[in-house]
Design a protein around this ligand. Structure first.
Ligand code: VGL
Ligand code: ZN
Length: 203
């Protein structure tokens, strides 16, 4: 059986949000339609403490978009976003209203960012996502959401590395595009890793 993984469909990633992804709201209908077709729907939720080290505001003199070394890892600096307990961190209402099989929070460790729904960027800690999928014998996952070039890419690549059969629902993804072709490159990278690209909604 197949599971749908909805990546970071949160207010702060919607246009106008703290880390608004262009066209991010356009994927919501795709998410709702896909979730009607699949029995198992999981959502990831970026869930940072205030003062998270991925925030530019945590590094005096640094700006959003600067790159630093954080505990040995390259870290892009973001605006404050998805702070635990704030409205920006909530899943958008239509997604929160779905009968979700699980919500997987990530990014709680202030010292390390966590783009993937499976592991933090340093691969030091694992979330419960793999275990909950395996418990239910779900070996195939369809991944979609925000943002193509960060959390979607990391989640899909970790899923395939964990041995799942992975499809990317391309119309359900939008990119940050810090560089204009980051989203397109991320999709190529996912395809090269063995992820099946779905260019329309499967039946
Ligand atoms: C994300 C940057 C920082 C994402 C999360 O959901 O793609 N990007 N935190
Ligand atoms: Zn984040």
């Amino acid at each position: 059986m197949e599971a749908l993984i909805l990546v970071d469909l949160q207010h702060d990633f919607m246009p106008g949000g703290a880390l608004g992804v262009p066209g991010g709201d356009e994927v919501l209908d795709v998410a709702l339609e896909m979730s009607r077709r699949l029995q198992w729907v999981f959502a990831t939720q970026d869930w940072h403490p205030a003062g998270h080290k991925s925030f530019a505001s945590s590094h005096p003199g640094k700006q959003v978009g600067d790159s630093i070394k954080l505990n040995g890892l390259d870290q892009n600096l973001w605006p404050d976003h998805c702070v635990q307990g704030t409205r920006g961190a909530e899943l958008v209402e239509p997604i929160a209203a779905l009968p979700l099989a699980g919500i997987v929070r990530k990014g709680q460790d202030p010292e390390v960012d966590s783009y993937s729904g499976f592991f933090d960027n340093g691969r030091r800690h694992e979330t419960e996502l793999r275990a909950v999928l395996e418990e239910r014998r779900l070996r195939k996952v369809i991944v979609m959401g925000l943002a193509t070039d960060f959390c979607v890419k990391a989640t899909a690549l970790d899923a395939i590395a964990c041995g799942f059969e992975v499809s990317l629902l391309v119309p359900g993804c939008r990119a940050v595009n810090l560089r204009p072709d980051d989203g397109a490159q991320a999709i190529q990278q996912m395809e090269a890793a063995g992820i099946t690209l779905l260019h329309e909604l499967p039946n």
